[in-house]
Design a protein around this ligand. Sequence first.
Ligand code: G3H
Length: 329
Amino acid sequence: MQTKVDSPTAQLPQTVEARNPGMELDMDWVMGAQANTSAIERRCATLPGRRSVKKDYQAAWLLRAITLIDLTTLSGDDTEARVRRLCAKARQPVRADLLDRLGVSGLTTGAVCVYHEMVPAAVAALQGSGIPVAAVSTGFPAGLSPFHLRVAEIGESVKAGAEEIDIVISRRHVLEGNWQTLYDEMREFRAACGEAHVKAILATGELGTLRNVARASLVCMMAGADFIKTSTGKETVNATLPVSLVMIRAIRDYHDRTGYRIGYKPAGGISKAKDALVYLSLLKEELGDRWLRPDLFRFGASSLLGDIERQLEHHVSGAYSAGWRHAAG
Ligand SMILES: O=C[C@H](O)COP(=O)(O)O
């Protein structure tokens, strides 16, 4: 990936992406989806070693990565004060002196992601910034509360000002092969979101096989998902490169057949700048530059920003600062 990336704060393409309306459930397509695990693992194993970006290129890609972060706090002990601090970090993700030296201004994260109870505090703290609030929903992380309450939770978060809703699917529908039920559930979640964009969290670490991941990805896109997302961050196994490759290829397949571009959000356990670069190179190779924009790609991460800021400080000053100096990200 020794290629240039344009300014992270450059204008988005003028053409606004048409929103995926979804389609009828196509069971032939779903059941035809396969995943060759050893080929996928071989492909992914080559990525971290083969792709490296250095110096100014690396700084540019790291700045881009910041614009793609859903800066997240999803803890039982979240407070409004913590969320306000996180939002301040989303508005100013990197120290002003570092940005000056890098010649960048107007940099923000892609969104701030919180539980429903924290949505009003986040909306207030982000007022005027253009940074959307994403709410995790539908009984996150397990998604096992009564269905009507899961649907109602979406409506409450939208009413509170969330512009993006991260829903969790019912893993059992995948494990039991109830694709129609999964489709109907996702369709209803999408309808409850209205104008808010919906990210479908597959919780891939609980789906058993990569083939199930491929099939669940397709079903959620057919039911109108705007994004597909790997994980809640609470599963034993969260985002991985093999799962990402399967989901990205499902997105490519969906685009080839329908013309709609669906977003991708790996989430959970992505905390190192070098890992973020590997994800970006995978995206670039498999889907192309168009997907390297916040409307089509996000990292779900609570601590990635801190490491990126550390790497940028090293780029500018030649020295690493202690991790605690970048704690908020
Ligand atoms: O969706 C985001 C994840 O919950 C964040 O996970 P993380 O805390 O491992 O970065």
